[in-house]
Every structure is written in C-alpha cells, then in structure tokens.
Write a protein that binds this ligand. Structure first.
Ligand code: MN
Length: 222
C-alpha cells in the first residue's frame, strides 16, 4: 500500500501573491512529491509497507523517517493556508487567549519563533499531552507526531518554501503567510483530537467545553 501524494487543495496560483505559483510548482510538484516517492521506495518490500504514514513516522528513523515525516508535514502545511481567509472563530481565539494571553501575543511569538529557527525546519502550533497550546521550533523533518502532540498549524521555514519570492527575507514571508492561515482548519484539528480520543471526553475538561462549542460553530458555518 503506497503512501498517497495528496491533491493540492487549491489551484497553483490561488495563494498568489503571498505564495506564488512558481513557489508552489517547485514546492509541491518537486519537493513534496520527492518526499512521497522516496517514502514509497523505502517502504517497498519492508515491514513498513502496510503501515499508515503515522505509524511509519513513529517506527522509523534515518532516511525513511525524514521522508515520511516530510510527507506528513507538507500535506499538513498546504491545508494550513487558504485563498479565502476568514477571521479566526471565537472559540479558537478564546483557546489561544487562554494559553498565550492574547491573540497578538500568540502571533508575535509564532512569527518570532518561525523567523529565528536556525537552519531548515518548521514552526508549529500544537496541542500537547496536557491539552495546552504550545508553539514549537522543529528542525529539518521533525514533527509533533513523535511527541504524540496534536498538530494544529505549521509554517514551513525551509528556504524552498519562500526563497524564489522572498529571497533572504524569511520574516516577511512568515508575516505574509500569517494573513492566509486557514483558521477553520486549525479549529478542525482540535475537533479531530476529540474524535481521536478512545475514551469519552473526560468530564470537567475545559478543552471539552471548547470543543463542543467549536463543533457547534462549525456546523453553523457549514
Ligand atoms: Mn517544504
């Protein structure tokens, strides 16, 4: 069972001018595709062949881990952006305010951490095992999956993500990128987390209250 190269969720030029068609042509068709192709080549005929991408990431190291994690990270990254950005919904904003003080403080910390990550990597918003939101700098192919954190949002800060348009101005790329974040996708990942729990949502969990309201809002919106 091969790992799938997912369809881009919008046209190649849909995120322009923030992410240009030229960047996406290289980033999606070349870089992302290579990670998927390499993963499939490396799992062929091995015990990894019938695993989900998630399980491959959790059970591999070296080249297979790097390519599989990058396959996941890129699929997730494309979903974090939208040609039709909407304001963050109230409950998601409440959750961010709970853990970062204010949305502006969150935004400042995210941009600062993405801009200062040394070398290649990813800046993430994650839900950790204590159900708190955290911002992490993860180098190279590192991914929240290995810490059993729920990925909520990511910005790719490998140079291939921005260099064709922004050259060395990584921070300008991140600031522009921030304006096309798909906050509905971010909120949907919190809702997924709830569905992934094998037990019924723990009673009196503050997060469960947020999730209930997020789900209600999403149903109203859709
Ligand atoms: Mn990339």
């Amino acid at each position: 069972m091969a790992i799938e190269f997912p369809k881009l969720p919008y046209d190649m030029d849909a995120l322009s001018p923030v992410i240009t068609k030229e960047i996406i042509e290289y980033h999606y068709n070349k870089h992302h595709k290579a990670y998927v192709d390499n993963t499939n080549r490396l799992i062929s005929g091995t015990e990894f062949e019938d695993m989900t991408l998630n399980d491959i990431i959790l059970n591999s190291d070296g080249a297979l881990f790097n390519n599989a994690a990058q396959a996941f990270n890129h699929e997730f990254y494309w979903l974090c952006m939208t040609p039709d950005p909407k304001p963050i919904n109230k409950k998601m904003k409440d959750l961010i305010e709970r853990d970062f003080g204010s949305f502006d403080d969150f935004k400042e910390e995210f941009i600062q951490k993405a801009a200062t990550l040394f070398g290649s990597g990813w800046c993430w918003l994650e839900l950790n095992v204590d159900e708190k939101l955290i911002i992490t700098q993860r180098s190279n192919a590192d991914t929240p999956i290995i810490d059993h954190h729920k990925a909520l949002l990511t910005c790719d800060v490998w140079e291939h993500a921005y260099y064709l348009e922004y050259k060395n101005e990584r921070k300008r790329y991140i600031e522009s990128w921030f304006e096309i974040v798909d906050w509905d996708f971010v909120a949907s990942n919190i809702v997924d987390y709830y569905h992934d729990l094998t037990e019924v949502c723990r009673q009196n969990s503050e997060l469960c209250d947020y999730i209930d309201e997020l789900q209600n809002q999403n149903e109203v919106n859709s």
